[in-house]
Ligand binder design. Structure first.
Ligand code: SAT
Ligand code: MN
Length: 593
């Protein structure tokens, strides 16, 4: 097959990889419908994909991973910078020379008898000044078909790149799916990612966390922009004006649900609408007018299936009805569709579980879908996808929102005093573990800016980069920074805030604060709403004025204990911790006295 480009840096890199892994042939992914169709058919013929009911789920397929390969592997994800200090105390590190040598030994000859697929892709709308280009080599059709949903792939990308060397190298080899030899390595200085011995999502769709967060965060530091683990949503008010929010949450806090929020009835009646620009990643840069603009570098949703249903997230569910690849869900054999826990109360009886074994949802006491089973769905399918989704210049950001799951500590919402205090608020993000993950429940895990496993360099330098970006912004134009907590519990352990669509009530306050339209109470941790300013109309019987007051309170004793936890966490970063954050911690302690 003819090369799709004459770009010398791409061609020489492919030659280099070919010599190492020895593919039988090379196939360039051109982005055409015909080629995708042919690859789907080939994957079905080998059993790699199962074609689902084309009347109910047109162009949808099912895939099962190896049972030992069902999630990202953080302990085998390495940042390969020349010194360990550059990777910092929160990343796993290996020296680049050593890592390249190890990976070459693992990948050597691994494509013998196999095809090398060359996927040129753009993170961000093709040709956007905020977009970046990558080329992923893979021996997996599943990876090709997922990348074709999650990113913009094909010839047009190479045409934009021309002969430039400014692109990210991604090399993936399934090898034997051996967990002992599984490595996901980022080489920020070389714009390179190498992934071996996996065939699952975030380990192998190299445009996602590997490029769009780990490599891009490093590029952003050097080039003056930001790559963040944030959703982007637009809130359209009754007057027709839309304001945009970027929000970061640790896993299991309902990020995809927030990104596709359905307004409560009383807001719908008034004319409010919520638009989804992205559910996972934001690339953010200062625009000509001095404001920060964000794009979603992705083109699809790689969402967790279990728990997604008509009530929790009808927009996500609707997104999965065509052109979607399901991974590790239940296969309903009666009508050749899919099912997962939490979809409905009607599990199929004649089915296969996620491992491909016969499964009866009525009688079985084990789960049919893997808890981390996924759908890969095109963003265009989403009923509330923003009209600005393809805007090459992105959308202007009014607010950054950080969040976490805290049963007692953080109030429903608070606003930072200024940009640097906001960076502090992001840096102290933490969440209590849920029963969904292995390990003890209710343990506080620090996850600054939700970037803990995704920052491609020293987290302390990343905080300094946030502070430096703030210095370039006129305070009137800088997004305001907030923290939310949907998960406060009463003494009986009941959630005190309904969450889901009702979170719009909090976003509404946030946007009013950005417009200077509403007052707030200053507390030790920042500005907290006055209870009368959070609209609880229509929540009668669910949230009373008193319970709202109690989820807005700031308990100084709990916060004093939290300050000790923050100091302990900060100590890991030694001298590299920005002076500004030390000062912010001192201010917090002083405010609590
Ligand atoms: O596996 S992914 O990294 O793509 C998704 C996730 O774990 O957040
Ligand atoms: Mn994520």
């Amino acid at each position: 097959m003819a090369n799709l480009t004459t770009n010398p840096s791409i061609l020489s890199w492919i030659e280099d990889r070919k010599a190492l892994v020895k593919p039988e042939k090379v196939v360039w992914i051109d982005g055409s419908k015909e080629q995708i169709e042919q690859l789907r058919a080939e994957a079905c013929s080998t059993g790699e994909l199962i074609k689902l009911n084309q009347e109910k789920l047109p162009d949808c397929y099912l895939h099962r991973t190896a049972v030992n390969d069902v999630a990202r592997v953080e302990n085998r994800t390495l940042i390969c910078t020349p010194t360990q200090e550059e990777a910092g105390p929160t990343n796993n590190w290996m020296a680049p020379d050593e890592a390249y040598k190890m990976l070459d030994e693992i990948a050597k000859d691994s494509y013998i008898g196999r095809t090398m697929y060359v996927i040129p892709y753009s993170m961000g709308p093709v040709g956007s000044p905020l977009a970046k280009i990558g080329v992923e080599l893979t021996d997996s059709i599943y990876v090709v078909l997922n990348m074709a949903i999650m990113t913009r792939v094909g010839k047009a990308v190479l045409d934009v790149l021309g002969d430039s060397n400014d692109w990210v190298r991604g090399f993936h080899a399934k090898c034997q799916i051996d967990e002992e030899k599984r490595y996901i390595c980022q080489f920020p200085q070389d714009n390179t990612i190498i992934s071996v011995n996996s065939g699952y999502g975030g380990n192998v769709l190299l445009g996602k966390k590997c490029f769009a967060l780990r490599i891009a965060s490093y590029l952003g530091k050097n080039e003056g922009w930001m790559a963040e683990h944030m959703l982007i949503l637009g809130v359209e008010k009754p007057d027709g004006e839309t304001k945009y929010i970027c929000a970061a949450f640790p896993s299991a806090c309902g990020k995809t649900n927030l990104a596709m929020l359905i307004p409560p009835e009383i807001y719908k009646e008034k004319g409010y609408k919520v638009w989804c620009v992205g559910d996972d990643i934001s690339w953010i840069r200062k625009g000509a007018d001095g404001r920060l603009y964000a794009i979603n570098p992705e083109n699809g949703f790689f969402g967790v299936a279990p728990g997604t249903n008509e009530k929790s997230n009808p927009n996500a569910l609707a997104s999965t009805k065509k052109g979607t690849i399901f991974t590790n869900v239940v296969h309903n054999l009666d009508d050749n569709t899919v099912w997962w826990e939490g979809l409905d109360k009607n599990p199929p009886e004649n089915a296969m579980d996620w491992t491909g074994k016969p499964w009866n949802g009525k009688t079985s006491d084990v789960k049919g879908a893997h808890p981390n089973s996924r759908f890969t769905a095109p963003a265009v399918n989403c009923p509330c996808i923003s009209p600005e989704f393809e805007n090459l210049n992105g959308v202007p950001i009014s607010a950054f929102v950080f969040g976490g799951r805290r049963a007692k500590l953080a109030p429903l919402v608070y606003q930072s005093r200024d940009w640097n205090h906001g960076v502090f608020v992001g840096s102290i993000m933490a969440s209590e573990t849920t029963a969904a993950a292995a390990g003890a429940v209710g343990v506080v895990r620090r996850d600054p800016m939700a970037m803990l496993p995704f920052c491609g360099y020293n987290m302390a330098d990343y905080w300094q980069h946030w502070i430096d970006i703030g210095k370039t912004l006129d305070p009137d134009k800088a997004p305001k920074i907030f923290n939310v907590n949907w998960f406060r519990k009463d003494d009986e352990g009941n959630f005190m805030w309904p969450g889901f669509g009702d979170n719009l009530r909090v976003l509404d306050w946030i946007l009013d604060r950005c417009d200077g339209k509403v007052d707030a109470a200053e507390t030790a941790i920042g500005f907290v709403p006055k209870a009368e300013d959070i609209n609880i109309d229509g929540l009668e019987g669910e949230v009373s004025r008193e319970s709202l007051e109690s989820i807005l309170d700031v308990d100084k004793d709990l916060w004093a204990a939290e300050a000790d936890g923050i100091a302990e966490f900060y100590a890991k970063f030694g001298d590299r911790l920005p002076e500004t954050l030390k000062e912010e911690l001192e201010t917090l302690k002083a405010n609590l006295k």
